[in-house]
Design a protein around this ligand. Sequence first.
Ligand code: AMP
Ligand code: MG
Length: 347
Amino acid sequence: METKMWTVDKNVDNLKTYPQIIEAARKLRSNEVVAFPTETVYGLGGNAKSDDAVLKIFEAKGRPGDNPLIVHISDREQVHSFIKAVPEKAKSLMDAFWPGPLTIILEQKSGALSEKATAGLQTVAVRMPDHPVALALIEASGLPLAAPSANLSGKPSPTTAAHVADDLTGRIAGIVDGGATGVGVESTVIDCTAEVPVILRPGGVTREQLEEVIGEVSVDPALKDADQAPKAPGMKYRHYAPNAPFYLVNGTSAQIQQLVQEKRNEGLKVGVMTTLENKDFYDANVVIACGERSKLETVAGALYDTLRAFNREDLDIIYGEVFPEHGVGQAVMNRLSKASGLPIIDK
Ligand code: AMP
Ligand code: MG
């Protein structure tokens, strides 16, 4: 399949009237799938009402069919066509964080969406992205768009159109290139079907921010306890995996360098994932800085590009620094642990 690349300037007015957006929207209306930028990562969109379109999303990504998709909208009114009722707390969250990196799980009206999009569940995940290209495309298509991240399943999520092209060229109808995304990690997923809402996936909106708006929220215990089944089906899968074993180390730079040296003495090629502050400290085969430790949002923004960069190197082992688990650090550590899939080395 030919994969079209449409380049748009996200800063122009009235994007939805641009020929690139109109052409991409036309593909979506004929149940083709198209990648587009959001403020978190690039999404792979398809008509959420069509089994045919949704199957194409799962097929292009190689995504397991039991992992439901987030439905993206451009206008709050759209929720009423497929959500039973919006509880007060969910309303407050929409007021405070939409458009933005918050996905809300609510009870769905049966029959309104493709059952494949919601993996047969009674609930549906919905979000309004805060990106002019995403909003223009959803509006121009006139559809709710089911859109997971636009990467091959298991790979790091894409934060540029080039990342999408690396994974999905030949597998999808097109890519709308609107530049690099901003937040860099996916949306926070919060289940609002319970009296006390539950965070199922940490992301761009922090627990602290959510609690400021609606009071107590809980966190799915499975996020910390590998023996429990996560409430978001997707959280059970390993993600973002680099090609070499990737160990997170809770220790000083000197302690990490010692581990590096031991492996190099064995003749292994060693990588280190650090931040700008510590980059010059390490002596390894490949050292990559992922943002600045003092500004955790820059670490989130650079995370997936850094993981992809490691995959272009030929390494035997990679060591990574850990980050404090407050604010967006929660999402960063969640994604790093998934990328590693190994116990943290505690020094
Ligand atoms: P992605 O689209 O790849 O960013 O992933 C969306 C995440 O939301 C996955 O972890 C899904 O399993 C989760 N999710 C989507 N819909 C639901 C739902 N109705 N209930 C629980 N989790 C959901
Ligand atoms: Mg994903």
